[in-house]
Design a binder for this molecule. Structure first.
Ligand SMILES: Cc1ncc(COP(=O)(O)O)c(C=O)c1O
Length: 472
C-alpha cells in the first residue's frame, strides 16, 4: 500500500516547526551554545518553511518573465502575474482600478510614489513625527513636508492633523502615515484618518511595512470614505526575505508623467526621438523583475491568510501583554509609548525601552552575549520620533549632530527594542526577562568596551570564527 505524506495543517500551535532556523544555537560569552531567541522581527523576520519549499519547487520552473516564449517562461510569467492577484485579494483591491507595482522593498515603493506624485509648486505633503525615515525623507526630496504632532506617549494627535488640513486647505497633496510604528508599536486608525483626509479632498498613503505582518489590511473600495489610496510594504517583514516590496495605488495616479526609473519593459514603443510608455504596472517596473522574491511574497501572504490574521493579532497581543506584565518586575526599565499590559488592542508586539543608567548599546550587547537574544537598539531609522520620545532637548540634539559629524557615536540617544513575530513564545520572554533582570542588577559577566565610531559595545576577547557557522 502506498502511503502519501501530507503536509501538516498550518496553525499557530505548530508554527515554530515552520520557521527555518528556529533550532539554531548561538555561542555565548563563555563558549556555551543556546537556542537563539529572535526578538528583532520588526527589522526582518525569518523565512517560513512553506515559503522556502515553494521557492525551491518554483526554481525548477523558473525562467525569464514577460518576453520569453518557452514553457518555463510562460509558467514564470503566469506566477508573476498570479502574485499580483494574491496581493490584491490580501489587501482587498480590484485590479481593474488598482495597480500593484513590485519593487525591492517598502522604501523603494514610497520613493517611487514620492517621485510619481504630481505636485503644484505651492503644495505640501503631510506626514507625522512618528514616521520611519523611509516615509519621511522621500517626501522631503519633492516639496515642503509638514509633520503632524504626537502626544507624550508617541501617538498621533488627530486634532493636529485636522489643524494642518485646515491651515493648508487646498494645498495638501497627500497625507503619508504609518499603519503601525516600528518604535512604539502604536497602530494608527488609518480608516478614520482616511475619512478625515478625504473630507478635505486629500489622499492618504499608508506605510504598511509594520502593519501588514500583524493585522488584517483592507484598503476598502474607492467609494468608501475610509479607503486607503496608496499602500506600501516589504516581503522581508512577512517571512519571505527574498528582496521584494509592493506599492499599491489607483492606476490613474501613474497615468501621467514619466516613470521614476526607465529602461527595458517600461515602453510600448521607442524610436530614436520619442517613447510611448507602457501601461501600469509595466511602466513602473523597469528592468527584469525579482520574480522569485515576488512569488515568495505571494506565498507568504497565502500562509498568513491560512493562519488567519485575527489569530496572528491575538497571539501577538497575548505575547505583548505577557511581556509588559513581566517588564513591571524590572523597575529600572522604562518603556516608550504604552506600558499598560491590558491596553494592547491598538499596539503591536514592539516594546522599546531603556534600563536606567545604562547605554542602550550595552544592554543590547549583553542580551546577545549572555542570553543569545537578538534585539535592535538605537534610533530605529526614526530620529525625529526617538528625540521626541526621549525628550532630547534642542541643545542636546545640536551637540549630538556635532558629535556625529565628527564620527563620534558614543553619545547617540536611543532605546532597545524587542519585537515579536508569529512564532515567539512566553518561554522566550521568560529567558529575556531573566537576562534583563541581571542586567538591571549590574550582574552581567563579560567586560564590554564601546567603539568610538559605531557606538556599539564589544565583548572583550570575543572573536568567534563565523566560518564554523556559515561559509559561502
Ligand atoms: C514603519 C516602517 N516603514 C518603512 C520601513 C522600511 O522598510 P524596508 O527597509 O523594507 O524598505 C520600515 C523598516 O523597518 C519600517 O519599520
Amino acid at each position: 500500500m502506498e502511503i502519501m505524506a501530507t503536509a501538516p495543517t498550518l496553525t499557530l500551535e505548530n508554527i515554530r516547526q515552520m520557521i527555518v532556523g528556529i533550532d539554531k544555537k548561538v555561542p555565548l560569552y563563555d563558549g556555551r551554545h543556546v537556542q537563539y531567541i529572535n526578538f528583532d522581527n520588526a527589522a526582518s523576520t525569518p523565512i517560513l518553511k512553506p515559503v522556502l519549499d515553494k521557492i525551491n519547487e518554483f526554481m525548477g520552473w523558473y525562467s525569464s518573465v514577460h518576453r520569453g516564449t518557452g514553457f518555463k517562461s510562460q509558467i514564470s510569467t503566469l506566477m508573476h502575474e498570479k502574485s499580483r492577484e494574491i496581493v490584491a485579494r490580501f489587501v482587498n483591491v480590484d485590479l481593474e482600478e488598482h495597480t500593484i507595482i513590485f519593487g525591492k522593498n517598502a522604501t523603494e515603493a514610497i520613493n517611487k510614489l514620492a517621485h510619481r506624485i504630481l505636485l503644484q509648486p505651492d503644495q505640501v505633503i503631510l506626514c507625522s513625527k512618528m514616521e520611519h525615515h523611509s516615509n519621511d525623507l522621500p517626501w522631503r526630496t519633492r516639496t515642503r513636508v509638514v509633520h503632524v504632532d504626537i502626544d507624550d506617549k508617541g501617538r498621533l494627535i488627530e486634532e493636529d492633523l485636522i489643524a494642518n488640513l485646515e491651515k493648508y486647505r487646498g494645498r495638501v497633496a497627500l497625507f503619508a502615515i504609518t499603519g503601525a510604528s516600528n518604535v512604539t508599536g502604536w497602530v494608527n486608525d488609518v480608516h478614520r484618518l482616511a475619512e478625515i483626509c478625504h473630507g478635505y479632498g486629500v489622499q492618504i498613503m499608508v506605510d504598511a511595512a509594520q502593519w501588514v505582518p500583524h493585522r488584517k489590511v483592507d484598503m476598502r473600495p474607492q467609494d468608501d470614505p475610509g479607503h486607503i489610496d496608496f499602500l506600501a510594504f516589504s516581503a522581508h517583514k512577512i517571512y519571505a526575505p527574498l528582496g521584494a516590496g509592493v506599492l499599491i495605488g489607483d492606476k490613474s495616479a501613474f497615468g501621467q508623467g514619466e516613470p521614476d526609473m526607465v529602461g527595458g519593459g517600461t515602453v510600448h514603443i521607442v524610436s530614436l526621438d520619442h517613447t510611448y510608455w507602457a501601461d501600469v504596472p509595466e511602466k513602473e517596473e523597469a528592468g527584469s523583475p525579482n520574480t522569485v522574491g515576488i512569488v515568495a511574497l505571494a506565498k507568504a501572504l497565502l500562509v498568513m491568510e491560512e493562519l488567519g490574521m485575527d489569530n496572528i493579532a491575538a497571539h501577538e497581543a497575548h505575547l505583548t501583554t505577557y511581556m509588559l506584565r513581566r517588564m513591571k518586575e524590572i523597575p529600572q526599565a522604562s518603556i516608550y509609548g504604552g506600558d499598560d499590559p491590558y491596553d494592547v488592542e491598538n499596539r503591536m508586539g514592539v516594546v522599546s525601552f531603556n534600563v536606567e543608567g545604562l547605554p542602550h548599546e550595552l544592554v543590547a550587547a549583553i542580551l546577545n552575549h549572555e542570553g543569545g537574544i537578538g534585539v535592535r537598539n538605537g534610533c530605529f531609522c526614526a530620529h525625529p520620533y526617538i528625540k521626541c520620545l526621549l525628550r532630547v532637548s534642542e541643545e542636546d540634539a545640536r551637540l549630538l549632530e556635532e558629535n556625529i559629524l565628527k564620527r563620534d557615536r558614543t553619545t547617540i540617544p536611543g532605546a532597545v527594542r524587542a519585537s515579536f513575530g508569529i512564532y515567539n513564545t512566553e518561554e522566550e520572554i521568560d529567558v529575556f526577562i531573566d537576562v534583563l533582570k541581571r542586567i538591571a542588577r549590574r550582574e552581567w559577566k563579560g567586560e564590554y568596551q564601546q567603539d568610538f565610531h559605531t557606538g556599539e559595545y564589544h565583548l572583550k576577547g570575543y572573536n568567534p570564527d563565523y566560518g564554523n557557522y556559515f561559509r559561502l
